[in-house]
Design a protein around this ligand. Structure first.
Ligand SMILES: Nc1ncnc2c1ncn2[C@@H]1O[C@H](COP(=O)(O)OP(=O)(O)OP(=O)(O)O)[C@@H](O)[C@H]1O
Length: 618
């Protein structure tokens, strides 16, 4: 619990909306417990007075947050058993400050991935959930509402198998008030974005005006359904394919990773993840009907649990083999409920997939912009020959870097090299004519996705500069870096310092990160280590830090040659697509511990770590 008070003039204590104590009255609602918190609000279980019924109350973190009114408007349009029901709205006053809140039905149960981990579903269960999710989206799409942040964390599954779609805060409909945001992609979560959205964001700075926003469609939403259910059945994110020619056979991959997934279910997931939007199902209702049909005709293989059961601690667990800063993990805790694959098998599988991904697929991670912090200026070589040699080396490095980056159509240039602190004010969508739901991305049909911003104007970095920066970065990161135990100390560039100060980050700021988003993020529960090697890394922030929300991605690089793993992050990308130059280190000043059994090029580490703000890379 956090209470805020003014130390210099002792006055009444002011409660923080993020930590209301049990018993707090929010108008006619009494707080029973905190359920969880997101980027914009904290959700409490409350009881109504005088009836005493249980509800979920989502309280805004920011005073007068307009997103809450927007979410309420969206929810009022929807009445469906698969969509969380809005009960009431109101404003909670803390001193002179007013925080909006929503009161919703209290959906019990667990989020989708947690539920799967606890219950070890069969294919029939999964198909039932897929159909329920599709019906809920179909109901929304019929009202011209798009969720835009569909993912397992926003789905709850109740005890008896009812699925409910939560968190419509990023939702859109023709009369939705515009979201104030600097981002040109709509709100959403990285791995759930469609190839079209990613490609658009990569090309946008070159091809479109700075004020344009990605026209999110039903097909984008269906793609995120595919990502969700792919992850549910194989416990990994699918490869992001940015080039139709390299699209892998998803259903074969699904069945290779988890042979217990029946072929028809794997094929539905494949269709949802089709590269071409027109190859995805014709709509959510169509998907729901077809999946129900397949489920009804499924044989006995549809009733087998999709995963092996947890077999208790083994020599593969950290409990008996490993020590790390997180301390020991209780062996076999909740073993009866824990669904897990055999640990060794899981490790082998996902390493195999990671290798395959790195070789075959140019994923978002591999094509993201990466910047190195500005190094202290090198002493200038004296004399004409020295200068000429230096120039030639730089050109060679750039050429080599460009070669490694590949041709533009397979490895597009970064969407925004670094500077995205300031954004243009986009057109508002109020008053835009209501349009039928689009099924093609060819003609951007919804001007309504434009999101005006209160932030200053963005700098669209000229194309040539972007190429040069990309080339130099690639050269610097890839071509010219010999084997290094740890990088040279470097100061944090001034634009990163400025960005971090605007984000409310200072030297005390640090937070938990999922170390490598290419590897499944349930590894903390299933208790195994991951293997990493020198080079680019993308980590995920697990809790909000300053103004960076949970699920912000950190892009950087790691060095594994020393006693500990060293890592630096120089770019943060929030779930709504905004990018900020930053300076974070992995772990602490000394780095991150390695696990025993590490060897050169094969460093084993904990799947979770910590990122910490620095003003100077040690
Ligand atoms: N109506 C509800 N009933 C039960 N739990 C809920 C309800 N609404 C939200 N929750 C839970 O509360 C937690 C926080 O929800 P919220 O929607 O604010 O966060 P989020 O989805 O993590 O964040 P963000 O809004 O930044 O995406 C989540 O665990 C969510 O499952």
């Amino acid at each position: 619990m956090r209470l805020e008070s003014n130390a210099s003039s002792p006055g009444p204590l002011v409660l923080s909306p993020q930590a209301l104590p049990v018993g707090t009255r929010v108008e006619r609602w009494r707080v029973e417990r905190r359920i969880g918190g997101g980027g914009n609000g904290t959700v409490y279980e409350v009881r109504s007075r005088p009836e005493g019924r249980s509800y979920a109350l989502k309280l805004a973190h920011a005073p007068d947050d307009p997103r809450f009114q927007r979410e309420a408007r969206t929810l009022r349009l929807l009445r469906h058993p698969g969509v969380v029901r809005l009960q009431a709205t109101g404003t909670w006053r803390a001193g002179a400050t007013a925080y909006p809140y929503l009161v919703m039905e209290h959906v019990r149960g667990r989020t989708l991935y947690d539920w799967s981990r606890a219950r070890n579903p069969t294919a029939r269960h999964v198909a039932s959930l897929l159909a329920q999710a599709a019906w809920a989206l179909d109901a929304a799409h019929r009202r011209q509402v798009l969720h835009r942040d569909f993912k397992g964390e926003n789905l709850r599954v109740e005890e008896h198998g009812r699925l409910v779609v939560l968190d419509w805060g990023a939702g859109w409909h023709p009369r939705a008030a515009p979201i104030t945001s600097a981002a040109r992609l709509p709100p959403g979560t990285g791995p759930y974005r469609s190839p079209q959205a990613i490609l658009w964001s990569m090309r946008a700075p070159r091809q479109t005006a700075c004020s344009e926003h990605y026209p999110y469609t039903v097909e984008d939403e269906l793609y995120s359904v595919g990502v969700t259910f792919y992850r549910l059945v194989v416990e990994q994110y699918p490869p992001l394919v940015l080039d139709k020619a390299h699209a892998p056979a998803i259903s074969a991959t699904v069945r290779a990773l988890n042979p217990r997934v029946p072929e028809p279910l794997a094929r539905w997931i494949e269709r949802l993840l089709a590269f071409a939007p027109e190859a995805r199902p014709r709509g959510a209702g169509y998907l729901a009907r077809e999946v129900q049909h397949a489920q009804a005709h499924g044989g006995p293989d549809w009733d087998v649990p999709l995963f092996g059961w947890y077999e208790g601690p083994s020599t593969a667990t950290r409990t008996t083999q490993e020590e790390d800063p997180w301390g020991p993990v209780a062996p076999g805790e909740e073993a009866a409920l824990l669904q897990a694959r055999a640990l060794r098998e899981a490790r082998v599988q996902h390493h195999r997939l990671s290798r395959w991904l790195r070789r075959r697929i140019r994923s978002e991670v591999q094509t993201q912009p990466r910047t190195e912090p500005a190094s202290p200026p090198e002493p200038r070589p004296k004399g004409r020959w020295m200068r000429a040699a230096g120039g030639l080396t730089l050109v060679a490095c750039m050429a080599w870097g460009l070669m490694l980056a590949g041709p533009p159509h397979t490895a597009p240039a970064p969407s925004q090299p670094v500077q995205q602190l300031a954004r243009p004010r986009g057109p508002t969508d109020t008053g835009a004519p209501a349009t039928a739901l689009p099924f093609s991305t060819a003609a951007p049909p919804w001007p309504g996705n434009a999101m005006p911003t209160t932030e200053p104007h963005a700098r669209c970095i000229p194309r040539l500069h972007r190429y040069i920066l990309a080339a130099f970065t690639a050269a610097h990161l890839n071509a010219c870096s010999g084997p290094q135990v740890r990088p040279e100390p470097a100061r944090c560039p001034s634009e990163a310092l400025e960005a971090m100060s605007q984000l409310g980050l200072d030297l005390r700021s640090h937070g938990p990160i999922q170390f490598d988003i290419q590897q499944p993020d349930d590894s903390y529960q299933t208790n195994y280590s991951i293997v990493v090697s020198d080079g680019p890394i993308t980590s995920r922030l697990d809790e909000p830090m300053g103004r960076l929300p949970a699920n912000t991605l950190f892009y950087g690089r790691i060095w594994t040659g020393g006693e500990k793993i060293q890592g630096r992050y120089t770019l943060a990308r929030t779930p709504d697509g905004s990018e900020y130059p930053v300076c974070f280190i992995l772990g602490n000043e000394t780095g991150m511990s390695k696990y025993r059994g590490s060897r050169p090029g094969h460093t084993r580490a904990h799947p979770w770590s910590n990122a910490q703000v620095v003003h100077h890379f040690p």
